[in-house]
Design a protein around this ligand. Structure first.
Ligand SMILES: [Zn+2]
Ligand SMILES: [Zn+2]
Length: 153
């Protein structure tokens, strides 16, 4: 027995819901994705690429793990030159999106990380077990003048 869609409505939360012939109610974006690809992978959420929860065209939908999904929803706004700006999820500094490190390319479109270059560098250093930048070891090996000039007279 194949389920049919009986009702379709826009919910106050911006999602379109479907009333199915078997009496169940499903979110349209989940239904559209599952009709095309089968069951949604465990623990994944369906994300709307363009941010419009009612745009349930297949190419607008992508399954993401909750952690990655949250990143896609980092606040964006338009800067003075019409460019996209966003805020670093780590330090809160705002910058044009082009200034954020590259995360990956999707269909030739550059996707950026949620954290800025500095935070990304700090993250990678911490991962490698290196001390944070800007600490007391900074001047090691740097010529700071003849010995006499330091001790003074
Ligand atoms: Zn989403
Ligand atoms: Zn940052």
């Amino acid at each position: 027995m194949k389920r049919r869609v009986k009702y379709r409505w826009l919910s106050p939360d911006g999602y379109i819901h479907l009333g199915m012939s078997d009496g169940r109610i499903v979110a349209e974006h989940r239904h559209v994705w599952e009709c095309a690809y089968g069951a949604i992978p465990d623990g994944h959420q369906i994300h709307h690429r363009d941010g419009n929860r009612a745009n349930n065209r297949l190419e607008n939908l992508v399954p993401l793990l909750p952690g990655h999904h949250k990143r896609e929803h980092v606040q964006h706004w338009t800067g003075p030159g019409g460019e996209w700006w966003k805020r670093c999820t780590k330090c809160g500094r705002a910058a044009p999106e082009d200034d954020f490190p590259t995360k990956r390319y999707v269909d030739g479109v550059r996707k950026t990380r949620g954290n800025c270059h500095e935070c990304e560098r700090a993250r990678l250093r911490a991962k490698k077990g290196l001390p944070a930048e800007g600490n007391s070891h900074r001047n090691f090996g740097r010529f700071i003048g003849p010995r006499d000039s330091v001790s003074g007279a």
